[in-house]
Structure formats: structure tokens, C-alpha cells
Write a protein that binds this ligand. Structure first.
Ligand code: WQD
Length: 342
């Protein structure tokens, strides 16, 4: 069965995608430098699917190693490129670290596959829209100036990919613009492993609930939204993983839209911070302590996606709702308490 290179395949979204690729009959091969993940994730994937994915530990910024990998694996026809730094705040402090890693790894991969027929799926973000003028935001909405170097790496990477597709017909590329991935695999064997204090809402909620952290701070309750807290389109990581399988399938079939395309990957529904807190309490029965704090710098007020293009053209739709996201995230946090992976 078709071999798919998954860079960053031991990470949060990468590991769930490896599982869904295996479930769909593909053979994923993982490259990861383990800078923000744990090699034990491969054992966990094996527990879920019964198959341990092939693994190569190196840094994609090492051009020679990337070329060697390509020479050693002439049968790879699909690439899903997750490997990248992704902490918004850190990217403001260390922009060059972000530009170096996120661009060099992408360009090295693209150079190494020049002239070879490959289907390429890129991990992009709804951050490229900033605060959209219209909601729900469609793929045709203008890309707004990025709020952080991290966001800028996603915008510029999309440009690199669209220009590469225009110049080299061997490339068939899809950028998936993720909204807010949360939750964990139903087995609770894989999930998100945040380093240090979580910056994202749901890992903070579960760590607070398990007693690892103090009360949650709701960043702002004076936004122009029904309950005053900010709104996002939360998407279950397993649904998101399946969107990658759908993207690979579309590229294999031939994308009628041409050899570069973008899709929103969300549920099409927005939830406020307070609604997420309520959903967690309702679906787990666990009470949370929270307080209202000031807005966080750089946050947009509200964003959720129009998912009609992904529904109609990618043939993919999110199936799991916010309570399933919360239940699985909580089950994973409890698993981690018994089996610390970091
Ligand atoms: C969600 C909402 C916060 C923590 C970021 C990146 C994006 C993507 C995912 C990937 C916001 C509020 C949060 C807390 C809170 N990148 N919040 N208290 O900012 O939408 O997206 O992560 O790797 O590119 O920008 O996600 O989970 O940080 O925040 O009130 O303790 O929860 O203000 O409204 P965000 P998030």
C-alpha cells in the first residue's frame, strides 16, 4: 500500500494522523527530531493499530539527511508535513528560530522531491485570516498581516507552496487551514503533550481539572460576543487527522482545482471560552475553577470557518462534537496521570 512520509509524526496532530493513515490502509513513515515529542508515542500508536510505523530521527533542516532519506525511499508518493515550531508567544521572542526551522525544513523537503511526482499536504492554520471581516470565514477571504512570526511562517509557507506548485508540475499540493485542534484519541493512548505551562485553552482546562495547575483565567469577557468571551472553531483532533487522509486521497485521484489548493478544516461552529468551560463540566461532571482576566495580546475576537468547500470538494466533514472533544481530552489527562509520557 502507498507509503506516506509524515514529518512531525510523533507530535500531537501527526500521531493521530499516523493512526488514521494506518486505519485507511496506508503505510506511514515518520520523520521527527523529537524536539517537542516523545519517541514513546510510537509504542502507543502500535498499541492502537497493531503496527509500529517506521521511524527516522533527524532534523529536516539537515539538507544532506533529507536528500539521503529521499534516495533511500524512492517509493514515497505522499508527504504530510507537520514538523514545525508552533508556539505563538515564543515566536515573538525568538523570530529567527522560527524562520530558520519552519522555512529551511520546508524548502529542504521541496528541493529534495523536485522532479519526483508527489502529493504534498501542508499543515497550515486559520491564523492566516487574522480577524476576518466576514464570518464564517471562507478560503477566499483575504490573508491578513500575521500577528506573530509563527503566523507569518504559515502565510509565507503557503506562498512558497503555491509558487512551487506553479513552477513544478510534479507537485500536487494542499494546504489545510486548521482551526483549533483539541481532544485525543478515544483509546486515550495518544493526545497532546504540552511542554511546560499550556498556552492553549483545552490543555490548561484538563491540567487545572486534574490539579496540575491553578484556576483557569478566561482571557477577556468584554468582547463583542454573546457572553463576552472570545469565540473559536474547535475541532476534534481525530476528525482533523481524517482530513489529511481525505486530502491525500483527493490528490491521488487528481484535484480538479489544479495542483495547489487550500481547505478550511473546522466544524463550521464557534464556541466561546465560557461555553468550552461549560461543555467540559457538563460532559465530564468535573467542576472547574476559573476567573476572568484581561484580554490576551494578539487574540482575535471571534473566528469560525465556512466548511462547505471541504465538505463538497475534499469529501470530508467533522463528526465529533464539543462534548466528545472534552471527554476525550479529559480521558487523556487522566491516562497521563497514571502513565506520564514526558
Ligand atoms: C483559545 C481561546 C484564548 C488559554 C492558537 C494559535 C493557532 C493554533 C492554535 C497552533 C482564546 C482563550 C486560552 C487560557 C483563555 N496554532 N484562552 N485562557 O489562540 O485560538 O490559537 O493555537 O499550533 O495558530 O494562535 O488558541 O487555545 O490559545 O485559545 O481564555 O488559559 O481561549 O484567549 O480566546 P488560539 P488557544
Amino acid at each position: 500500500m502507498s507509503k506516506i512520509l509524515v514529518t512531525g509524526g510523533t507530535g500531537y496532530i501527526g500521531s493521530h494522523t499516523v493512526v488514521e493513515l494506518q486505519n485507511a490502509g496506508y503505510t506511514p513513515i515518520v520523520i521527527d527530531n523529537l524536539v517537542n515529542s516523545n519517541v514513546g508515542v510510537l509504542d502507543q500508536v502500535e498499541k492502537i493499530t497493531g503496527v509500529r510505523p517506521a521511524f527516522h530521527q533527524f532534523d529536516l533542516c539537515d539538507e544532506e539527511k533529507v536528500h539521503q532519506f529521499v534516495a533511500d525511499h524512492p517509493d514515497v508518493r505522499g508527504i504530510i508535513h507537520f514538523a514545525a515550531y508552533k508556539a505563538v508567544g515564543e515566536s515573538v521572542q525568538q523570530p529567527l528560530k522560527y524562520y530558520h526551522n519552519n522555512f529551511f525544513s520546508l524548502v529542504n523537503l521541496l528541493n529534495a522531491y523536485a522532479g519526483k511526482p508527489v502529493n504534498f499536504v501542508f499543515s497550515s492554520s486559520c491564523t492566516v485570516y487574522g480577524q476576518p471581516d466576514e464570518l464564517p470565514v471562507t478560503e477566499a477571504a483575504p490573508v491578513k498581516k500575521a500577528e506573530s512570526p509563527y503566523g507569518n511562517t504559515k502565510q509565507v509557507s503557503e506562498e512558497i507552496l503555491s509558487e512551487t506548485a506553479a513552477a513544478f508540475s510534479n507537485y500536487n499540493i494542499i494546504s489545510l487551514r486548521y482551526f483549533n485542534p483539541v481532544g485525543a484519541h478515544e483509546s486515550a493512548l495518544i493526545g497532546e503533550l504540552p511542554l511546560g505551562v499550556p498556552q492553549n485553552l483545552v490543555p490548561f482546562i484538563t491540567q487545572s481539572a486534574v490539579g496540575k495547575r491553578g484556576p483557569i483565567t478566561v482571557f477577556g469577557n468584554n468582547y463583542n460576543t454573546p457572553d463576552g468571551s472570545a469565540i473559536r472553531d474547535y475541532i476534534h483532533v481525530v476528525d482533523l487527522a481524517k482530513a489529511h487522509v481525505a486530502a491525500i486521497r483527493l490528490l491521488e485521484k487528481g484535484n480538479p482545482n489544479g495542483n495547489y489548493d487550500v481547505f478550511n478544516v473546522g466544524t463550521g461552529q464557534g464556541n466561546s471560552v465560557l461555553e468550552v468551560i461549560n461543555a467540559f463540566e457538563d460532559s465530564t461532571g468535573v467542576k472547574l475553577n476559573y476567573q476572568i482576566g484581561p484580554r490576551r495580546a494578539g487574540d482575535v475576537e471571534q473566528v469560525w470557518g465556512d466548511v462547505s468547500k471541504s465538505t463538497n470538494e475534499l469529501g470530508w466533514k467533522a463528526e465529533l462534537d464539543i462534548s466528545e472533544m472534552m471527554r476525550s481530552a479529559w480521558k487523556w489527562e487522566q491516562y497521563l496521570k497514571e502513565h506520564p509520557l514526558r
